[in-house]
Design a protein around this ligand. Structure first.
Ligand SMILES: *Cc1c(COP(=O)(O)O)cnc(C)c1O
Length: 473
């Protein structure tokens, strides 16, 4: 192989197939002569390149078609053929070159290791699924009884197992509904309860949730009128009461999940809002179903419902640690009203999501929960091992929940500090590792790395550092 690489294209004729074996300078020189003496016609590499149909019948490529599809394999074959025609590779290497050009995965999405210490990171896919949830997705990928009763052969309630799991996880909810994402849950709730009417929302909760996406715009897009009450830092129950009227569709309470207002502040509680008589929609954001002592300021569905929320909306792929989904939990009659709204069909969730969500709710704790509640002694010893193996330095760091949960709450831990430019090489390495860059250092935080992948991180760091010390062992 390396023999082929060093040979300039013009030398590589059909006859020089075994150049790599000969691989000596005299052979190369002789071929320059051959080419000059005999001319292009006889050594024209185009004549020796096998035809597409011949190549596609090669057992390796037949197998590749089963995995990648004919179109992808044909594209790889054509590109290998044209490399052979130009003399860049030998005609006999076309099959191997086509095979190498095939993607290693059936998606362009690249798996990566999260060494940022940010547990729920929107840019890298928020929550990683548990093995149980992955199994469920694979099972659901085939024909399944998602909306079908096998016993009777009749149509059944879509995703009933998932809804049952959600109701048992939150007994305070009379009923549950699952839609595409948290934003869809909120749109559905405000549309069904307040289209053409007022939605009362505190000025302190008019939030942008990321990528320029603003909740007030979202609510306004449903045809509901947003009625702001109170001020940015203080909103009292009396502000809501003053705005309340026959045109009120619902009161909306939004958890400002990515920022915090400190100082002279006040807000009306769900319990207070529930006394006003209008339906209260509480967007808790992160999907915590029950209180978590580690996240004391993070609202949860059970508490909000116990406090009198009519419906709670949340995401499935933040602190719940499941697939992207929007959860609606609440009073049975109101959830039913949402379910029957025509918009519900447009934000309907697919079977893969239903499967992953059910496994997340019923199965073992998902990775997000493990990373959040990581054993700090174990994290420290894993970090020390990595530092010792790679010549980095153990430093204390503060991880983050990220992705719209527990703003400002630090997650104390440790990381291996490396020179800043390692971050780029770690990202681009064979196993992509995304580290955090902070104050001129590259910090490799193992909190969100599955412990069985520590060896991969170590290899990646050694490879990234190797560039600095090309001769070092
Ligand atoms: C994240 C978030 C949303 C949006 O949820 P998605 O699942 O991303 O659509 C809405 N409201 C709050 C408070 C959030 O934190």
């Amino acid at each position: 192989m390396s023999g082929h690489l060093v040979v300039p294209p013009v030398f590589n004729t059909g006859e020089t197939e075994h150049l790599g074996l000969a691989g000596s300078i005299p052979v190369h020189l002789r071929q320059v002569c051959v080419r000059e003496d005999v001319g292009v016609a006889q050594s024209d590499p185009r004549r020796t390149v096998p035809r597409t149909d011949v190549l596609m019948a090669h057992p390796d490529l037949v197998a590749a078609v089963a995995r990648h599809g004919a179109a992808t394999v044909k594209t790889a074959v054509r590109s290998a053929q044209s490399r052979a025609r130009s003399g860049e590779i030998a005609a006999g290497d076309v099959v191997a070159a086509a095979r190498e050009a095939l993607p290693t995965r059936s998606t362009t999405l690249r798996p990566l290791l999260n060494a940022t210490g940010v547990v729920v990171h929107t840019n890298i896919g928020r929550a990683p699924l548990s093995d149980a949830a992955v199994d469920a997705v694979v099972a659901a990928a085939a024909y399944v009884d998602v909306e079908y009763d096998i016993a009777t052969g009749a149509r059944a309630r879509r995703g009933r197992g998932t809804l049952e799991a959600l109701r048992s996880a939150v007994p305070a909810a009379g009923d549950a509904l699952v839609v595409n994402n948290g934003a869809a849950a909120l749109v559905l709730a405000t549309t069904a309860l307040a289209a053409g009417q007022d939605v009362l929302v505190s000025r302190g909760e008019m939030v942008e949730i990321g990528d320029g996406f603003r909740l007030p715009d979202l609510v306004a897009s449903t045809g509901a009128r947003l009625r702001e009450v109170g001020t940015t830092n203080r909103t009292r129950l009396s502000d809501y009461a003053a705005a309340l009227g026959p045109d009120t569709g619902c009161i909306l309470k939004v958890h400002p999940s990515n920022f915090r207002v400190d100082g002279f502040t006040s807000a009306a509680s769900v319990r207070e809002l529930a006394t006003l008589g209008a339906p209260v929609v509480v967007d808790i954001g992160s999907g915590l179903l029950r209180p978590d002592p580690m996240l004391p300021d993070e609202p949860d569905a059970t508490t909000a419902l116990a406090d009198g929320a009519t419906v709670v909306t949340a995401s499935g792929d933040k602190l719940l640690g499941g697939p992207q989904a929007g959860l609606v939990l609440g009073e049975a009659a109101t959830v039913e009203r949402l379910r029957r709204h025509p918009l519900a069909r447009a934000v309907r969730v697919d079977k893969l999501t239903l499967a992953a969500l059910e496994a997340t709710l019923r199965g073992p704790a998902p990775p997000v929960a493990d990373y959040l509640h990581v054993d700090l002694d174990r994290l420290r010893s894993r970090t020390e091992r990595l530092a010792a193996a790679t010549g980095g330095e153990v430093v204390p760091v503060e991880g983050r929940v990220g992705g719209g949960g527990a703003p400002g709450l630090p997650l104390p831990g440790w990381a291996v500090a490396l020179p800043e430019d390692c971050a780029k090489r770690l990202r681009r390495g064979e196993t992509a590792v995304v580290a955090r860059v902070e104050r001129g250092r590259c910090l490799v935080d193992l909190r969100c790395v599955p412990p069985e992948r520590d060896a991969d991180v170590e290899r990646a760091v050694l490879a990234a550092r190797d560039v600095d010390h090309p001769s070092g062992a």
